[in-house]
Design a protein around this ligand. Structure first.
Ligand SMILES: Cc1ncc(COP(=O)(O)O)c(C=O)c1O
Length: 376
């Protein structure tokens, strides 16, 4: 078996799971290694604690490898929202964001602006289809704009922005701040287009909550004041007393306190497994599974509002059925786990989603169509 086949074989949750954009059931290696790390912490021996402490550096190295950056530029964060806070609270000028963004982007920008005493303003855009395209951003761009904050893949519409085109539009003097929660590890991307990349491990990486990160490029470090800088973000190397050292020049200035080493370990294992399997292979298998979901929806006459082009999507298919609540109930009754929100039903397979799960979806949608026909 190839490494990629080994990776696929690790998807051991019950058939019917199509909710990877919300939560990723923990992988076997994450489950095993977190127990081993917890045992080490249970010993209390300094050497054991130090061993688990190495997880922080491992996670930084592995995330940096996938991002094409340096380990020192990667910070370990309790959540991706914490990472976005570190970036947005330190900015001034006008920052463009879509009103339809996940609240980790929109609410954080609003709160940062409110705390800035006028130094930072949010410049909201509401594109008709919710897509943050270069054209939509260009309309809001002027000399006051210092940054764009955007989800690489939108949690609702599944739309994947064109990072390279946005970078080009913004030019070298503005920051591109990216929420990579719905794409990190499953898309091969030139992340160096972005100045800040925030992500987490509890969906596509199958690593559980608390396992997040944010990277800060040299340009980001020049322009983002480390206002939320804590005891791990200073020029001091150990514990300091009777002095208040300045924030360090490195990305670690955007950290508050020591990371949870168990969470850092889970992040490291989650990223390592994806690196070993190959992000390109994961992306292409996931694309096939998304194609299969699209084909089933089309065949069963359910409207799709997420993009169909591979270059404009990742792992999210947004269905817009005529009777969303009834469809959501039918899928739940059939043992399928999806996210139903308002008028849409979000279906999110992973690379390891098996044919049995896709068949369950097909069968449930067939039964759903038949019921509609007989009731009508
Ligand atoms: C696009 C996006 N950003 C941020 C988050 C929240 O991330 P965290 O819980 O790490 O703050 C989510 C969660 O679903 C999300 O979909």
């Amino acid at each position: 078996m190839s490494t990629f086949d080994d990776y696929l074989a690790t998807f051991d949750s019950e058939p019917g799971y199509l909710n990877w954009a919300a939560f990723g059931p923990l992988s076997p290696s994450v489950r095993e290694e977190v127990f081993a790390d917890a045992d080490l912490l249970g010993s209390g021996r300094p050497s054991s604690l130090a061993l688990v402490g190495e997880r922080i550096g491992q996670a930084q190295e592995l995330v940096a490898e996938l991002l094409g950056s340096e380990a020192a530029d990667v910070t370990i964060q309790p959540s991706s929202t914490h990472g976005l806070m570190q970036a947005l609270y330190g900015l001034s000028g006008a920052v463009i964001a879509g009103t339809g963004e996940f609240p980790s982007v929109s609410l954080t920008l609003d709160r940062a602006a409110a705390a800035s005493h006028g130094a930072l303003t949010a410049r909201w855009i509401t594109p008709d289809d919710g897509r943050v395209t270069p054209d939509a951003v260009a309309e809001a761009l002027d000399d006051e704009v210092t940054a764009l904050v955007v989800s690489h893949v939108d949690f609702r519409t599944g739309y994947r922005v064109d990072l390279a085109a946005l970078r080009e539009l913004l030019g070298p003097d503005r920051l591109l701040i990216v929420d990579a929660v719905q794409s990190f590890g499953i898309l091969e991307e030139d992340w160096t287009a972005a100045d800040v990349v925030a992500g987490h491990g509890y969906k596509w990486l199958r690593a559980g909550r608390g396992s997040a990160f944010a990277s800060f490029s040299a340009r980001a470090r020049e322009r983002i004041a480390p206002v939320l800088s804590g005891i791990t973000g200073t020029t001091a190397s150990g514990l300091f007393m009777d002095e208040l050292p300045a924030p360090t020049a490195s990305a670690q200035a955007y950290t508050v306190s020591m990371p949870d080493t168990l969470a850092a370990g889970r992040l490291a294992i989650g990223v390592r497994d994806m690196r070993d399997a190959g992000v390109a292979a994961i992306e292409s298998r996931l694309a096939e599974n998304v194609d299969a979901v699209l084909e089933i929806a089309d065949r069963r006459g359910i409207a799709v509002i997420s993009p169909r082009e591979r270059s404009e999507r990742a792992g999210i298919v947004a269905l817009a059925p005529e009777e969303p609540a009834r469809l959501a109930a039918a899928l739940a009754n059939a043992g399928l786990v999806v996210t139903a929100r308002g008028s849409s039903v979000r279906v999110a397979p992973h690379a390891g989603t098996d044919s049995g799960t896709l068949q369950l979806l097909d069968d449930a949608l067939t039964a759903f169509g038949y019921e509609t026909f007989t009731i009508a």
